[in-house]
Ligand binder design. Structure first.
Ligand code: SF4
Length: 329
């Protein structure tokens, strides 16, 4: 049996250069570089769902896009099976993109308002496969039924649908090519809570039907926990903790993970439990704090935390954490 991961991310960083003003550039020799993702490594086994959580702006969507090469990495490598995605030429990339797809966060912005649903869903097929019209129609009919839409929806336009239905169209477009791996980039965060549950259940079913491997990105840990086999926690561009979902919920180690878990309202907490609250906003990735990037907000920060960068360490089997609290047993 082959136990090699389907997806490997090795030491990936993505920095964006912002426009620098004349004075900053020539007088102070200053460069505005946003460190969106810093030295991230992870893997995903075939058939696994890895959840990726963190606050807005922590770099999780950028990482998803770097994996699919919608952004070029500043450094590091991404492997899909035996292929190094980051080294492929445009033709090879087009081929592999049949197997690697994305579902976007915003079902309003990600669908072309001038195209009918049929055209939107058919477009990837036209680009990547040469099928007869009959076969193409069969594939479209099949996928819209699987995502819970009806044949009469095909002739309509995106504005004629609710947010949940538009996300179903986005899912159909991502799955029409029968990919092996899908990045789900906050697929439910723009939806009402009642609709979120339907879409999450649909994602779970489609994952089984199509034997998918998923990277499920969300800022909501309860959404991620429902679908994921393992969870990776990201803070200001870095992975701070990664382990099985059950282990993370039972035994969170990193103070940031504990705060995220504490933010889930639970009946038994009311009145009895003093919840951990994060101080301040997430710092700017233009000038991240020294040492542990979380030290400016960490309820358990120690003296060395603002000077020394913690290294990632396997605290218990398959449970990795980057925090000075766990540097020695
Ligand atoms: Fe908090 Fe220090 Fe651990 Fe960072 S290294 S999470 S500041 S205790």
């Amino acid at each position: 049996m082959n136990n090699d991961p389907l997806l490997k991310v090795k030491n990936v960083s993505k920095h964006f250069q912002l426009k620098t003003g004349f004075i900053d550039k020539y007088l102070f020799k200053k460069q505005n570089i946003v460190q969106a993702v810093s030295n991230v490594s992870l893997h995903i086994q075939e058939g696994e769902t890895l959840g990726l959580i963190g606050e807005s702006g922590c770099g999780k969507s950028t990482l998803g896009r770097v994996i699919l090469r919608l952004h070029e990495p500043t450094q590091g490598k991404v492997y899909f099976g035996s292929k190094e995605v980051t080294a492929l030429n445009q033709l090879e990339l087009k081929k592999i993109k049949q197997k690697m797809q994305i579902i976007f966060q915003d079902p309003y912005a990600s669908l072309n308002p001038r195209k009918s649903v049929e055209d939107i869903i058919k477009l990837p097929l036209k680009i990547h496969e040469s099928l007869s019209k009959k076969k193409m129609d069969q594939r479209v009919t099949d996928i819209i039924a699987r995502v819970g839409l009806r044949p009469q929806h095909l002739k309509r336009y995106p504005h004629q649908f609710s947010g949940g239905q538009r996300q179903r169209i986005g899912i159909a477009r991502a799955l029409i090519l029968r990919p092996e791996f899908v990045v789900c980039d906050e697929p439910v965060s723009a939806l009402d809570v009642s609709i979120q549950a339907q879409i999450i259940q649909l994602m779970g079913k489609l994952k089984e039907d199509f034997s998918l491997t998923l990277l499920f990105i969300s800022h909501d840990i309860s959404v991620v926990a429902y679908l994921s086999d393992r969870i990776a926690v990201m803070y200001l561009g870095e992975l701070v903790e990664i382990c099985d979902t059950g282990e993370l919920l039972k035994n969170p180690l990193h103070p940031y993970t504990k705060v995220l878990l504490d933010s889930i309202p639970r009946v038994e907490q009311i009145g009895a439990h003093k919840r951990m609250i994060l101080k301040g906003d997430i710092p700017s990735p233009l000038a991240p704090p020294s040492g542990c990037k979380f030290h400016t907000r960490c309820p358990e920060a120690m003296e060395k935390c603002n000077m020394e960068v913690p290294v990632s360490r396997e605290y218990s089997a398959n449970h990795w954490v980057s925090c000075h609290l766990y540097q020695s047993n």
